[in-house]
Design a protein around this ligand. Structure first.
Ligand code: ATR
Length: 263
């Protein structure tokens, strides 16, 4: 039986097992996908289990996407550039780290037929997922990427990797076509981004990486002001689909049931 795992801390709320086990079932695979809460000190031994074929694949989530890197044998070019790994697999006895968040974001944006080409994008947050989003936006030929983070030094670190981005102060609102919330603000119901976007007018695209709650205050008020909105649910599903494809050499479907599972 194949053995897959998502690791993180916390991990209780991860929906990855639901999604992967559904795909395992409908494809009649002899496999199981579990979740495991870990401490950073346990990462090395876990990768040993991959090398010894006790584990067939791992998804990595907050806060280990970067911390896991020293224990891997090789990184894909995407994982290398973003210094972020969310998918681990063994290939020719080599433990490889890859990042499917980039593809997840790109496919989610393409799925809703938004064309990023030539657009000005304001990215809020410089945490774990931000490098993946910047890389995807650059691949999709955004004209300009502004980054705004409460702690400016973290935005500066991101700029060391992606020279093309421009840092703006937290709270500043440059002219944009698309704005992305990649902060954790909004995960809790009583939280909101303390910036007033009502003055930017209508007809912009507001994207939130958060999908639970399905509509953050950030998206709610954007919609009220006549903007297009989208949450991070499809990004989550597409990154999972890409991992599944790597491990099982088949592309699982995204149907109504999948959309319902991620709620
Ligand atoms: P990490 O910082 O460990 O990578 P993350 O969940 O990936 O964690 O990122 C959290 C993001 O939400 C960061 O951009 C963080 O900003 P800081 O770098 O300044 O911490 C942002 N964030 C979290 N709480 C915030 C708040 N109250 N106001 C503004 N930004 C906040």
């Amino acid at each position: 039986m194949k053995n897959f795992l998502v690791i993180g801390n916390p991990i209780e709320h991860s929906l990855s097992p639901k999604l992967h086990n559904y795909w395992i079932k409908i494809n009649n695979l002899n496999a199981i996908y579990n979740k495991k809460k870990l401490e950073i000190s346990e990462l090395e031994i876990l990768i040993k289990d991959v090398r010894e074929r006790k584990i067939d694949g791992i998804n990595v989530t907050v806060p280990f996407k970067n911390n896991i890197i020293p224990f891997l044998d090789k990184l894909s070019s995407e994982a290398e550039k973003t210094q972020s790994v969310n998918t681990i697999y063994l290939k020719d006895d080599i433990v490889v780290g890859h990042n499917t968040d980039i593809e997840g974001f790109e496919l989610a944006i393409k799925n809703i037929k938004y064309d990023v080409t030539g657009k000005k994008v304001l990215l809020l947050g410089a945490g774990g997922v931000s490098p993946s989003i910047v890389l995807a936006l650059s691949k999709m030929r955004a004209n300009k990427i502004f980054i705004s983070n409460r702690t400016q030094s973290k935005a500066e670190n991101l700029k060391k990797i992606f020279k093309e981005i421009e840092i703006v102060e937290w709270g500043a609102i440059p002219n944009f076509d698309m704005i992305i919330n990649a902060t954790s603000l909004g995960l809790k119901d009583d939280e909101n981004i303390n910036i007033d976007y009502s003055k930017v007018g209508s007809g912009k695209f507001f994207y939130d990486v958060i999908y639970n709650p399905s509509e953050t205050k950030f998206l709610k008020s954007a919609k009220k002001n006549g903007n297009k909105t989208e949450n991070g649910k499809k990004m989550f599903i597409y990154q999972a689909q890409a991992s599944f494809k790597i491990w099982n050499s088949l592309e699982p479907i995204i149907d109504e049931k999948v959309m319902e599972l991620v709620n």
